[in-house]
Design a protein around this ligand. Structure first.
Ligand code: GLC
Length: 767
């Protein structure tokens, strides 16, 4: 046993002076503590913006063999051997440094099969060749009863225990299965539920990193990184929800979206090749009476895949008029933008970028070129504020034409001509850096640039979808999970992916409904629209060359079922919008794993095929081919079948029938849900009235309303309504009145009667 180190304290930061290192521990809030060791990286965090430290009381005491750092919520024991052990205020173990040494898996690598084994990609978990002296690892004990979550949209199951993952944003077109260690995003936040007690750990380091979630050995999990500072946050909280609220306090929350972005969106690689093609889709949507708010334009609308250009000839030389016309029909356009700028001296974006030095460079100072869709392309150096500004200005080209949102793709960045070497010169703000550090935040910085551009040019809440992301990107962009396939395995994976994304701060997320690659089937498409109908981002997208999967592609009954679920979605958009209004304050996702809401129920720790929407809806979709009934676990409480109003007592499994047209859906008893009118598009005109359904005979609901478009709500232009029902007596109060279009009428539908209240302007009351 070594002797305890000396400690120096400055404000809320304590430095533990060990012989070989200085470990800083900072108290940010009673529930957030940062552990930091400077290891040569001078950059700032991309995930955490601004000062998150709040004045917090805490004590530091020296005991015989350890220090005790105590806040109102957390207790840290720091010993002479550099262990940091974390307990909650009732002394439950949360995070414990592992005392033994790691026992790497014996993969039996011999020279002859080295390549084969390396293709599996297990390189980050150990110091590469032993000569990478920036490498470090953090190893924590794993209890027998401990479940692990988070990490964004990594493949596999909800509970990450037993798997390993890499953080290196990657575009790999092969089918994404649970053996994939890396995808397009790096969101290094993980949550643990140790013997039922929740905590979180956020490792803020954009370098290539690795999480082994107890695969190598079921007694520990570990995080390792090839370089960068040791910089992690201990997240506490009474409940799992509190821990997520703390994480999103730290890295930011999804801002309130424009309301129409919660509508249905139709996409396919190929539509935007011509105006006629897009028109056909819009006509079909209308003819088929399918509610829809947007059509997405993939790379085909551009001139030779040159970003910020338009192939005008295919749009009667007036794309603006065409977009205006679609808008009048209720359809907005979202265009794709990739980062790769085509190498073409006659193309202004390229020549300007070269002249101003905006592209990343080789170590000898040449513009670095790799191949993407446009062929040879240069890559904007998004780490630099000046380059982000330039990009933001370029988005004006699109907003001037009337584009409503921007879809950022290929921003890992993907490169077709081999990996971008680690030493390509990228900027880290104003510092000279390298691809090795800036890779995982490339998409993040591109999204940030796009956000600034849209905000300036549109004056509305920016709608951006990005494929690549880092922790914190949720402040600027929504995400989708990239190139899935029309496979049953992928509809299954959607649920844990979106739930873990939600836990990781990304409350606004979706998958390509129907599957992007491979051919879908009518049954798969039907089950997919049912299963995805509450995913915040609701987009059907597919790859060029695959079987068409528009809702009408398979005739009946697919079309009618599809329409029925889109209608259900539109009725419930006011509920989802309310959840977003709450999310901006709590960071809690819309689509949630059951374990988030019921963290004390051991039955829900690894449910992969059910989820909740807020607190009130439980969704149990069919995600198996040919299945027409399933078991549904209902947590404690009373539940009402949405379709036949039958009541169940929870805390058990029930069997439900689910023929092809039925999504098993349950409402918590006494929940009140807003029920918007049946519409084909989310209108820019405010709703004149609102209906609320009461799933019982008492309850309370807090409803939010604003203009659904711009930032005026930040100036108080919103309304909040309290709907209360007590023994069938209804009351509606305006808790805040700042938005001029208050509902003229409010209908409250109870099981036995409907109560209609009218707004009385003189008294601002509902009577
Ligand atoms: C990427 C995207 C996909 C898009 C395609 C063509 O594969 O993930 O959504 O359709 O590129 O732009």
């Amino acid at each position: 046993m070594e002797t305890l180190p000396s400690v120096t304290q400055a404000n809320q930061t304590m430095t533990f002076n060990y012989p070989n290192r200085h470990l800083q521990i900072s108290v940010l809030t009673p529930e957030i503590i940062r552990v930091f060791e400077f290891r040569g990286d001078k950059g700032q965090s991309y995930a955490v913006e601004g000062n998150k430290q709040q004045p917090t009381t805490f004590t530091l005491n020296k005991n015989d063999n350890h220090y005790e750092l105590k806040t109102d919520s957390l207790l840290l024991k720091i010993d002479a051997d550099q262990h940091i052990d974390v307990y909650d205020q009732a002394d439950h173990q949360l995070i414990t440094d592992y005392r033994g040494s790691r026992s790497p898996l014996d993969r039996g690598i011999d020279e002859a099969h080295k390549q084969l084994v390396e293709a599996e990609g297990h390189t980050v978990s150990q110091s590469v060749n032993g000569d990478d002296n920036g490498y470090y690892e953090v190893v924590k004990s794993l209890a027998a009863n401990e479940h692990l979550y988070g990490l964004g949209d990594k493949t596999g199951y909800l509970d990450k225990r037993g798997y390993e993952y890499d953080n290196w944003n990657t575009d790999n077109p092969a089918p994404q299965m649970e053996n994939f260690t890396k995808l397009y995003k790096s969101i290094p936040v993980m949550y643990g539920l140790k013997n039922g007690y929740p905590y979180g750990l956020f490792f803020d380091n954009p370098y290539r990193s690795h999480f082994d979630m107890g695969k190598e050995n079921s007694n520990y999990y570990f995080y390792s990184a090839v370089a960068g500072n040791l910089d992690y946050y201990i997240l506490g909280g009474q409940t799992f929800k509190d821990v997520v609220t703390n994480y999103t306090y730290l890295t930011g929350r999804v801002p309130l979206p424009q309301k129409w972005t919660l509508g249905y969106q139709q996409s396919r690689w190929g539509y935007s090749i011509s105006q006629q093609e897009v028109e056909t889709i819009a006509d079909h949507l209308k003819k088929s009476k399918l509610p829809c708010d947007a059509i997405h334009f993939d790379i085909d609308y551009m001139r030779g895949y040159r970003v910020f250009t338009w192939n005008n000839e295919a749009y009667q030389n007036d794309p603006k008029a065409f977009l205006q016309n679609l808008k009048q029909r209720g359809i907005k356009i979202v265009t794709i933008i990739d980062p790769g700028v085509k190498k073409d001296p006659d193309y202004s974006v390229y020549s300007e970028g070269v002249k101003k030095g905006y592209f990343v460079k080789t170590p000898d100072g040449q513009v670095y070129i790799n191949k993407v869709w446009p062929g040879d392309s240069a890559f904007p150096d998004f780490g630099r504020p000046e380059v982000r500004n330039w990009w933001a200005q370029n988005t004006k080209f699109l907003t001037d034409i009337g584009v409503a949102g921007i879809w950022n793709d290929m921003n890992e960045p993907a490169s077709f001509d081999g990996d971008i070497p680690d030493n390509i010169v990228f900027s880290d703000q104003e510092l000279k850096s390298a691809h090795q550090k800036m890779h995982n935040v490339y998409g993040h910085n591109m999204a940030k640039a796009t956000y600034e551009g849209l905000k300036t040019h549109q004056g509305k809440r920016p709608y951006i979808i990005t494929r690549a992301a880092y922790a914190g990107t949720q402040k600027y962009s929504t995400v989708w999970t990239g190139d899935n396939r029309s496979l049953w395995a992928h509809i299954q994976m959607m649920i844990p992916q979106l739930c873990n994304l939600g836990l990781s701060g990304f409350a606004f997320a979706g998958t390509d409904i129907g599957g992007f690659g491979s051919d879908t089937t009518p049954e798969l498409l039907t089950r997919w629209i049912e299963a995805a109908i509450f995913s915040p981002l609701l987009r059907n997208h597919s790859a060029m060359g695959t079987r068409h999967q528009e809702p009408w592609s398979f005739g009946e009954p697919t079309l009618s079922i599809y329409r029925r679920y889109l209608q259900l979605r539109y009725h419930l958009i006011p509920y989802m919008y309310d959840l977003f209004a709450q999310e901006t304050k709590t960071g809690l996702p819309i689509m949630r794993p059951l374990v988030l809401n019921y963290d004390d129920d051991p039955r829900v720790t690894d449910i992969d095929n059910e989820f909740m929407v807020g607190n009130s809806l439980l969704v149990a979709p069919i995600v198996e081919k040919s299945q027409t009934k399933r078991l549904v676990y209902l947590p404690a409480g009373q539940w009402i079948d949405f379709w036949n109003h039958r009541e169940y007592t929870g805390g058990k499994d029930i069997v439900v029938n689910a023929p092809l047209d039925k999504l098993p859906l349950f409402v918590q008893k006494n929940a009140i849900l807003p029920w918007g009118q049946q519409v084909d598009h989310i209108s820019e005109d405010p709703d004149d009235e609102m209906t609320f359904h009461v799933w019982g005979d008492e309850g309370h609901y807090d409803h939010y309303q604003d203009n659904g478009m711009d930032f005026n709500y930040q100036k108080g232009e919103f309304n909040r309504y309290a709907i209360s029902v007590n023994r069938n007596q209804v009351s509606v109060k305006l808790l805040h009145q700042g938005f001029k279009s208050v509902y003229r009428k409010i209908k409250v539908v109870l099981p036995e009667k409907t109560v209609t209240l009218t707004y009385e302007p003189r008294t601002s009351r509902y009577l």
